[in-house]
Design a protein around this ligand. Structure first.
Ligand code: DCP
Ligand code: MG
Length: 363
């Protein structure tokens, strides 16, 4: 009851992260957040997805909380912080740490599963399988006789993909993409999204939405762009190429798509291993093609964060009876009806959500 009065009004206590502006790092409860992130990740590696999800909600709420949490009672007033996580916070407030998180960090099994799961195209299931086969490092996994093509590539590119890109590294790649794409289609619109657009200093990959004012041009855009990038020697491997619609969900690419990007749109895309000329490091570049009419939702859907996108989809569905996806906004009537949008802002307006700057979508 007292909460509403003595808190910064920019903090909204809600279960929907998309209603709440969140910066990259919490000024306040960062240490607590980092410990809870360890437990969340351990749950994820253990296949306890629902449990992991409840940690993610709590973590997001703590990141957005505008002051240091000082008591258990205060913590429990926050939506998303229940008994379990409340108790972790109590322990943190009295001992300065969370024993379970400390134990996870030092556990050898966790460290190994964590590194396996960071291999491109590998989710917790494959990571666990490799662990159970007795492999303890990336080099040992490479000898596995059952590797898929993408897993082998992921293992070979592991060291390069682990290296983060500075904003300058990303600018270099964006300049190349811009020049290459515009020699074929001068009017293309090339928009960096993902963590880069949210202002992250260092990024593991670069996500780019490519569109063109002429709707029909996008039909062949992916093929033409990818061919050109190969011809020019930039694109070394295609990690995923095509459309990832619901019907592909059960095929071989399903773990790849659910581990790397849980993409639920049917936009053309190519996940590339891209040689950065100045460093000769292989970088992960994800190209997403959007027809002009889907460009606003593609940019919104690929800017993230993952938690922001998840909450946006849930908000649309539960509060507005709509479906939000990167390929469009729909009314959930029978038959489903597309709502035309011409800008990212318009999507917020239609959903009845206040505009959130990309830099504030870091939940
Ligand atoms: N995305 C999503 N749901 C997922 C995965 C991705 O909505 N399960 C969207 C939002 C992400 C964007 O795609 O921000 C790009 O995905 P990345 O995995 O590249 O995530 P980020 O760019 O946010 O972080 P980073 O690349 O630094 O890991
Ligand atoms: Mg990214």
């Amino acid at each position: 009851l007292d909460m509403e009065f003595d808190l910064d009004p920019s903090f909204i206590n809600t279960k929907y992260e998309c209603l709440r502006p969140t910066t990259l790092e919490s000024k306040y409860n960062q240490c607590l957040v980092e410990l809870l992130e360890v437990i969340e990740h351990a749950r994820e590696l253990n296949g306890e997805e629902r449990n992991a999800l409840s940690y993610r909600h709590a973590i997001a709420a703590l990141k957005a909380y505008p002051r240091n949490i000082e008591s258990y009672v205060e913590a429990r007033k926050i939506i998303g912080i229940g008994l379990k996580i409340g108790n972790h916070i109590k322990e943190f407030l009295t001992t300065g740490t969370i024993l379970e998180a400390e134990e996870i960090i030092t556990s050898e099994k966790y460290q190994i599963l964590d590194s396996f799961s960071r291999v491109y195209g590998v989710g917790y299931k494959t990571a666990l399988k490799w662990y159970q086969r007795g492999y303890r490092c990336i080099r040992e996994c490479m000898k596995d006789p059952y590797l898929t093509h993408v897993q082998r590539l992921g293992l070979e590119l592991f060291d390069d993909f682990q290296k983060k890109m500075s904003r300058q590294d990303i600018q270099e790649i964006l300049d190349i993409l811009d020049k290459t794409i515009k020699t074929i289609y001068p009017d293309c619109i090339i928009t960096p999204v993902g963590g880069y657009r949210r202002g992250k200093e260092f990024n593991g990959d670069l996500d780019v939405v490519v569109s063109h004012p002429q709707e029909t041009v996008t039909n062949n855009l992916l093929k033409d762009v990818v061919e050109k990038l190969i011809d020019n020697g930039y694109l070394k491997h295609k990690l995923f190429y095509g459309q990832s619609s619901a019907k592909n969900k059960k095929d071989a690419s399903s773990e790849l798509l659910s581990s790397h990007k849980n993409v639920m749109d049917n936009l053309d895309k190519c996940f590339c291993a891209f040689i950065q000329p100045s460093t000769q490091i292989c970088r992960q570049v994800d190209l997403i093609i959007a027809p002009y009419s889907q460009y606003p939702t593609a940019v919104l859907g690929w800017t993230g964060s993952k938690q922001f996108e998840r909450s946006l989809r849930n908000y649309a569905k539960k509060e507005r009876k709509m479906t939000f996806a990167s390929h469009g906004l729909f009314l959930n009537v029978i038959p489903r009806r597309r709502v035309c949008v011409t800008s990212e802002r318009e999507v917020f307006d239609i959903l009845g959500i206040s505009w959130v700057e990309p830099e504030m979508r870091n939940c």
